[in-house]
Ligand binder design. Structure first.
Ligand code: AMP
Length: 974
């Protein structure tokens, strides 16, 4: 990531396209020209070289390609030495008596040495960045006769020379190849091994996408690589990964999924076994065929239904195959004049489905059931004829005194697919005869006596008669029904001199007959007897037309009261909950709370309340140091009353501003003016009474932190860096205690003074985000610096001190990496996606474990899980007091000699789980197919949950360990 910090390889000989390596030793005094030869000739006095173990054995250190290795040379290396008597190729034996080819020079007794050694041309094979690992020994000059002892001594023990190893990298190579040149200016040195290699991210499969062998980038830290879906898989989301400079793969995004008929097994898609199927690419695994279906061959996308069973088009493939239902059972009819109600029981065999419906077919028969014909459209079915969901129907408008045959058919979703006959049941119904009622009446002042004649051909035995009456014109309000078994009835309790309407009908065991026609009778004022009055008695042939309204009304009442009586008024939803938003802040007793300038009706009042007005004549502007949204930023001096001049930064509002711009510009002063803390930029005052309007702050000699760090890459001790971070955390604690949420905490918004004190700045309102070049528009319209912002703030603008803590974690990463851009060249969209998928920035180079852990804590998904700024200050204070705690580094490059962190010197998933005390999940991992350490490197929370690791704490523990495995890359022995 960062360029090499020690400039001892000079990529600066363009003509030779070579590299120069210079060995200095002081003083280059008298030469001992024969020293190497002497050593070589006299076996006893020869130094013993420790075995040169190659710490980067290719199998372990996947992704390393060696371009040159002096240790593997079988014959002379034959490098060019100039002058001839300078570097000399000498074969020596190591401890195990293995011959090694070395180059040695030891002209320590002669002044002005300038000995050159140049390798053969090394082809770069397309690599842009190569690494050179040199193992060498320096000779103790004290042991050499005549040398006064100023050579560097590195002997260890008795004649065993200590082997020095240096690894350096050079990037941006563009020619075909290069030479390495070593220059000796008078040291006594033996070049024991020179190895030149480059790194590549090895071919790998992640999320079912194959990523090719990829040579790591040159200057650019990451190489974006698009994956190709493995056989029998398809893109779910375009897969890509980044090949890091270390030869490790980072941030897998997107994935492929196995096509229908295939399931994932480790890194391949394998066909579903017979008896199983997978219908959709997004299903994870093949599943057993549902009941009544089978898949005789591999690779089934669905199972075939057994004979007689079917699958409806809308049935999910996972549903059992089904068949048409059997016939409805126990049909019964209930005739009501020319209506009939049919009811039946559902079929005994539903065919395995719940979607049973019924349809009716009606035929009218004559000639004792011999000649039947369809009923035609005059017959009506309530609620409908076809597709009934309940097992009953009312049929109206039949002809009286007729025979009907109804066929009730049961159906379900697969009936149409079956060629065999449906389940049907037949019921015959005879409608009642038209009832002719001969009405006789006798009236008195409060009663009426009626006598009638029953139907000539009733459709069954007459059970009773029903008399209905009401006052004329008041039927709707009040009517009375009376029943009798006899053929006459006296209705009393009537009002004198009132007209009533009467109707009578018979009920047989086959149902009700039709009503006789209406007859109007007026009660007398006096008692009158009038029986058999031919004018009054009427033979009424019931007019169907006249009676039908009443009939339907009555029948409907009957049906409704028996089954669906009335309707249930839709229950009203409960009152909508009213969301109460609390705008006020909770103020801790005794704490000062920041006052938002917008709470002032007059924003100028906020400026007057919080910022001191400075007389422009006391300000001396000296030079331009930056540019802000509203105008230039200059440095200069301010004469403070009764004090000496102080250095200040002066921000001025450029001419031609609008009222809003002036307000927004000064809002920064009215916010900053409320703060008083050594790690918050101090406001000296404002100039508002004359133009240009200015904001005066303390001057921060080293400018913004990001630029400052880039300029001083690698120049600070870790304690100094932690000191800076502590300052920022302390400033942020102060702000959060005052309930101020910064929203744009980033190294570019921290200023550094000459004492390396960091102070938080940039408190504008609109400008907090609008002005930030890093801010990008989100889908919700706001502008947000994505890389620095917590996911909940990006997703739904939930900005809190906890989201500031997330940003603080990013600032930590920026500081430790000396101003590296978070997430490098990844796009904002990729960053959002990667964070959502659980990816977090790996530890920067040379980052202490504890600091990376703190960063990870700041990047907890749940904002309440992140530390508070107060806790961060405490943690950093402890680290500063105990620098040893910073010694353990989070990562070591792929080919470093540092032993792997003990935690991960494991080779199996089981060992790893034991090491992190999660051994109880061994079964879960192995049955989910995670059998190699390699396979767990990109496991996600959802996968953990799927395999049964559901406790959040355990998931967290496992994932953070996986993350460490990722950053350790090739240390994992797989
Ligand atoms: P700003 O508009 O606050 O982002 O300032 C623009 C640039 O001016 C910053 O990036 C700094 O380089 C510089 N600057 C702002 N304030 C100060 C200050 N108090 N001391 C030194 N440089 C400053």
């Amino acid at each position: 990531m960062a360029p090499p910090r020690v400039p001892w390889i000079y990529p600066s000989l363009p003509l030779l396209s070579s590299l120069l390596l210079v060995f200095h030793a002081s003083p280059p005094s008298t030469a001992l020209r024969n020293y190497p030869e002497n050593e070589a000739n006299s076996r006893d006095s020869r130094p013993i070289y420790p075995p040169v173990t190659n710490h980067c054995v290719t199998a372990l250190c996947a992704g390393v390609v060696t371009l040159l290795d002096s240790m593997s040379a079988l014959a002379d290396l034959g490098w060019e030495a100039y002058p001839n008597e300078g570097w000399e190729e000498i074969s020596v034996m190591d401890e195990r008596n293995t011959p090694m080819r070395t180059y040695q020079v030891c002209s320590v007794m002669e002044a002005n040495q300038n000995n050159w050694l140049r390798t053969r041309h090394i082809s770069r094979e397309g690599a842009q960045r190569v690494y050179i690992e040199i193992k060498f020994t320096l000779r103790d000059c004290n042991s050499l006769p005549g040398v006064s002892g100023t050579c560097k001594e590195v002997d260890v023990g008795d004649r065993v020379l200590k082997l020095n190893t240096e690894v350096r990298d050079i990037s941006n190579l563009s020619k075909k190849g290069f030479y390495l040149a070593f220059q000796d200016l008078g040291a006594c040195i033996a070049l024991v091994s020179v190895r030149v290699f480059y790194k590549k991210c090895p071919l790998t499969v992640r999320n079912l996408a194959q990523f090719p062998d990829t040579i790591t980038g040159g200057e650019t830290a990451l190489v974006e690589v698009h994956g190709v879906c493995v056989n029998a898989s398809e893109e779910f989301e375009p897969p890509k990964m980044y090949c890091s400079a270390d030869g490790g793969w980072l941030v897998p995004i997107g994935r492929c999924v196995c096509k229908p008929g295939f399931e994932e097994n480790k890194d391949i898609c394998q066909p579903c076994r017979p008896g199983t199927y997978k219908a959709s690419a997004t299903d994870a695994y093949c599943t057993k065929c549902p009941p009544h279906s089978s898949s005789p061959h591999e690779q089934a996308m669905e199972c075939i239904c057994e004979k007689g069973f079917y699958r409806a088009e809308t049935d999910p493939r996972s549903m059992a195959c089904t068949r048409p239902p059997s016939a409805p059972e126990n049909p019964i009819s209930s005739v009501n004049e020319t209506c009939v109600t049919l009811e039946w029981s559902p079929p005994r065999d539903t065919g395995g489905r719940g979607d049973i419906t019924y349809s009716l077919h009606c035929r009218k028969c004559s000639g004792e059931g011999k000649k039947c014909a369809p009923c035609g459209s005059s017959v009506h079915f309530v609620p409908r004829q076809f597709g009934l969901s309940s097992a009953s129907v009312l049929i109206t408008d039949l002809q009286p005194d007729s025979n009907y045959t109804f066929t009730i058919e049961s159906q379900n979703g697969v009936s149409d697919l079956s060629p065999t006959l449906r389940g049907t049941v037949v019921i015959n119904v005879t409608t009642s005869q038209t009832v002719s009622v001969v009405l006789k009446e006798r009236r008195s002042k409060d009663s009426v006596t009626l006598a009638w004649q029953g139907p000539e051909r009733p459709n069954g035995a007459i059970v009773e008669y029903e008399v209905i009456y009401y006052e004329k014109n008041q039927r709707e309000q009040n009517y009375t029904v009376l029943k009798t078994r006899s053929n006459m009835m006296t209705v009393d309790g009537l009002k004198p001199g009132t007209t009533y309407v009467f109707r009578v009908r018979a009920r047989t065991d086959g149902g009700y007959g039709t009503y006789g026609g209406e007859i109007e009778l007026e009660t007398s004022h006096e008692d009158v007897l009038a029986i058999g009055d031919p004018n009054q008695s009427t033979i009424l042939v019931v007019s169907i037309a006249g009676g039908i309204v009443l009939l339907i009304f009555l029948v409907t009442c009957f049906v409704v009261s028996g089954r669906h009586c009335g309707y249930i008024k839709a229950k009203q939803d409960p009152d909508e909950e009213k969301m109460q938003f609390q705008h006020g802040r909770v103020k801790l007793p005794g704490s000062r709370t920041y006052i938002h300038p917008h709470t002032y009706e007059d924003p100028n009042q906020a400026v007057r309340d919080f910022a001191k007005e400075i007389d422009a004549s006391n300000i001396r502007i000296e030079r331009v140091i930056g540019a802000g949204e509203f105008g230039e930023v200059c440095s200069g001096r301010l004469r403070v009353q009764g004090k000496r001049e102080i250095y200040v930064a002066i921000k001025s509002l450029k001419a031609g501003y609008s009222d809003k711009q002036r307000r927004d510009f000064l809002s920064e002063a009215s916010i900053m003016g409320q703060f008083d803390h050594p790690n918050i930029i101090r406001l000296e005052g404002v100039v508002t009474k004359c133009k240009p309007v200015m904001i005066i702050t303390e001057f921060m000699e080293n400018g913004s932190l990001d630029t400052f760090l880039k300029k001083h890459d690698g120049q600070f001790t870790v304690i100094q860096l932690v000191g800076m971070l502590r300052g920022i955390a302390s400033g942020m604690k102060y702000l959060s205690d005052m309930s101020y949420v910064h929203r744009d905490l980033a190294a570019r918004n921290i200023l550094v003074n000459s004492n390396l004190v960091c102070k938080v700045s940039d408190f504008g309102l609109s400008r907090v985000l609008e002005d930030d070049p890093e801010a990008a528009y989100t889908t919700r319209g706001g502008k947000i610096p994505i890389r620095w912002t917590a996911p909940e703030a990006i997703a739904y603008r939930k900005f809190t001190s906890a989201s500031d803590v997330w940003s603080y974690g990013i600032v930590m990463w920026e500081v430790i990496s000396y101003g590296e851009r978070p997430y490098w060249e990844m796009s904002n969209q990729d960053v959002i996606k990667a964070i959502d998928e659980g990816y977090r920035l790996p530890a920067p180079m040379d980052c202490p474990v504890v600091l990376h852990q703190l960063m990870l804590d700041c990047w907890e998904k749940g904002r309440s899980d992140r530390p508070k700024f107060g806790q961060i200050v405490t943690i950093l204070d402890k680290l500063i007091r105990n620098p040893a705690s910073l010694r353990e580094l989070a990562n070591s490059s792929a080919c470093r000699e540092d032993p792997p962190t003990p935690e991960f010197s494991v080779s199996t998933v089981d060992d790893w789980l034991d090491t992190i005390k999660m051994g109880q999940y061994k079964e879960n991992f192995s049955s989910a197919g995670y059998v190699s350490l390699d396979s767990i490197l990109y496991i996600s929370v959802s996968e953990l949950a799927k395999m049964g690791v559901t406790l959040a704490g355990h998931q967290k523990k496992i994932l953070s360990s996986v993350q460490s495995l990722q950053t350790q890359g090739t240390h994992v022995q797989v």
